[in-house]
Design a protein around this ligand. Sequence first.
Ligand code: NAD
Length: 252
Amino acid sequence: MKARVKLIEKCADVIMNSRPVLALTGAGISVESGIPDFRGKNGLWSIYDPAEYATIDAFRSNPEKVWKMFKDMDDLVFRAKPNMAHKCLAQLEKMGFLHYIITQNIDNLHQAGGSEKVIEYHGNSTTLSCLYCKNRYIRDEFDGQTPPVCVCGKILKPDVVLFGEAIPQEALELSIRLSVMAGALLVVGTSASVSPANYIPATAKQNGAKIIEINLERTHLTDSLTDIFIEGDAGDVMSGVVEAIKKRSSSN
Ligand code: NAD
């Protein structure tokens, strides 16, 4: 326990003395909000193998089948509320200690938790596009109709990046620029196994950033790039970090 407190103190120290500070978040940060990550037992992904369902080729060849997965994901995402970890990152931004979040999640929970500087690396599930005529829609316009159909008659796709699709250009470019400049990078709740998001920690490290990793378990980054690894639930750890920063700020 003492060791963990020390790590949290160290983490607070790095955050307070680095600029800019970035966070790279993944599915793990939203697990406490009820959205399973890829690994969680009995989660969505034990029913829908991402390799079979979450690819652009799968969508193009059988959009009705892939919409079964989107529908189940939507049901979880639209019910979910931001948890302590989302709120703590938003608090850090308001206190001036966190400058950008790069999230791989498509669940909108960082924004719902109060964060403003959010790069949605894999898009967002609240809007839909037609792959054929390029029309765009808000998901709510369809009142749950599944699958939603474009005026041109084709089935619409949520604006989330499927395997085999490119990262939105603006998100990609800004993420690279920020990773190069970062003084510190918080890597929260991601296995860092999905490319190209998994290049962000290495880019930041090569350019001098301190890497702080918060995860329930060690990842391939832990022994190669990570400077401070704090094992635990993202919400618990992040509230410890925010408390430590508040204490230091009030004693200065
Ligand atoms: P991943 O499933 O590969 O890894 C999740 C990581 O989070 C694991 O390392 C796990 O140990 C950790 N974790 C789980 N619960 C945690 C907790 N409470 N606190 C701290 N850490 C916790 O997820 P990934 O690396 O984000 O890659 C999966 C891809 O799937 C991403 O591209 C993402 O876009 C997508 N995805 C998104 C959502 C979402 O939007 N909420 C959900 C599932 C998958």
